[in-house]
Design a protein around this ligand. Structure first.
Ligand code: TYM
Length: 332
């Protein structure tokens, strides 16, 4: 039975990269898969968080998922802390994963920066917790943006090493699902940088909470080059900012980049940006409005998380027990 797991960190506002790279695909996949969508608060604390902000952001991110179209009657929505199995399985997998494998993780290198010895141990083993999230439910598919690909390869290595160390065929080799035109949305200020919650400039990203005039302003100020839009995708190659805006338009309009260029070839970016604003506002406004409505009803959102927790626990429990038996921690 195919099963999907994916997660998002409650560290500030969700942005267009999260939406186009991941969450919109999560919504679509609900039709054909059993899905678990998790607000990964344990991942968030691998870097310092303000406790009050973290609690608030967990509810807000859950509300964003619902507002974007995750249906809690169909999919399981919960936060990681509530299912203790994530941390318990992570420990077993920490004893399987090798230091050499973690040393290759590019996201750790980026996040830890130059002062690596001062990074938390949690940040270092973060990808192992991610593997535990997925394997705790024996998920077969994981929809993510491009930036998580290396972590999912590690998850397969860990599953394989566990199976072979104990001579079992227990954990699945999970497949990443990296779908759509916008698998890596870039900053609006710098085409070489990923759109990210942690960028100091709010002009680098479009947040799901931005009102239409803010979206318009951010797109108007987005960096571009002086040339008009080209005819072919190949000509976007050395124009990262132009490529990013065309990619965002294509993803929002559910088209491919070539068909967008066929329509706008020769147009100036000032014109194209106006059209891009229209499609961005048309897509995001209903989500923003629904988010506002849900945040005014925290009892409902908390109820969804509670219900999701109960369902997630009942799936996780037998897998964790079985893993503990395989390792020899529990009597069979
Ligand atoms: P996080 O919270 O950074 O991002 C959530 C999802 O959004 C995608 N994403 C992007 N996609 C395209 N362009 C961008 N600029 C962009 N920025 C973010 C991410 O790829 C992700 O799919 N480690 C994960 C959370 C996690 C997880 C898991 C995911 C924890 N456990 C298990 C899958 C399975 C993270 O930090 O995502």
């Amino acid at each position: 039975m195919p099963r999907i797991f994916s997660g998002v960190q409650p560290t500030g506002n969700l942005h267009l990269g999260n939406y186009l790279g991941a969450i919109r695909n999560w919504v679509r996949l609900q039709r054909d898969y059993e899905c678990l969508y998790c607000v990964v608060d344990l991942h968030a604390i691998t870097v310092e968080q303000d406790p009050a902000e973290l609690t608030k952001a967990t509810r807000e991110v859950a509300a964003s998922l619902l507002a974007a179209g995750i249906d809690p009657a169909r999919s399981i929505v919960f936060n990681q802390t509530q299912v203790a199995g994530h941390a318990e399985l992570a420990w077993l997998l920490n004893c399987i994963a090798r230091v050499g494998w973690l040393n290759r993780m590019t996201q750790f290198k980026e996040k830890a920066g130059k002062n690596r010895v001062n990074a938390s141990v949690g940040l270092y083993v973060y990808p192992v917790l991610m593997a535990a999230d997925i394997l705790l439910y024996k998920a077969t598919h994981v929809p993510v943006g491009e930036d998580q690909k290396q972590h999912l390869e590690l998850c397969r290595d860990i599953a394989q090493a566990f199976n072979s160390q104990f001579g079992v065929d227990f954990f699945p080799l999970t497949e990443p699902l990296i779908l759509g035109e916008a698998t890596r949305v870039m900053s609006l200020r710098d085409g070489a940088k990923k759109m990210s919650k942690s960028d100091v400039s709010d002009y680098s990203r479009i947040n799901l909470t931005d009102p239409p005039d803010t979206i318009a302003q951010k797109i108007r100020k987005a960096k571009t080059d002086p040339n008009p839009l080209p005819d072919t995708v190949a000509e976007l190659e050395r124009r990262p900012e132009a490529d990013n805006l065309v990619t965002i338009y294509a993803a929002l309009a559910d088209r491919d980049r070539q068909s967008v260029l066929a329509e706008y070839a020769g147009a100036q970016f000032s014109t194209f940006k106006e059209r891009l604003t229209e499609v961005a506002v048309a897509t995001l406004s209903p989500i923003t409005a629904e988010m506002r409505r849900l945040l005014a009803d925290p009892v409902y959102v908390d109820g969804v998380l509670r219900h999701g927790t109960a369902r997630a626990r009942s799936l996780a429990e037998p897998v964790l027990r079985e893993a503990q038996k395989i390792v020899g921690l529990l009597r069979t």
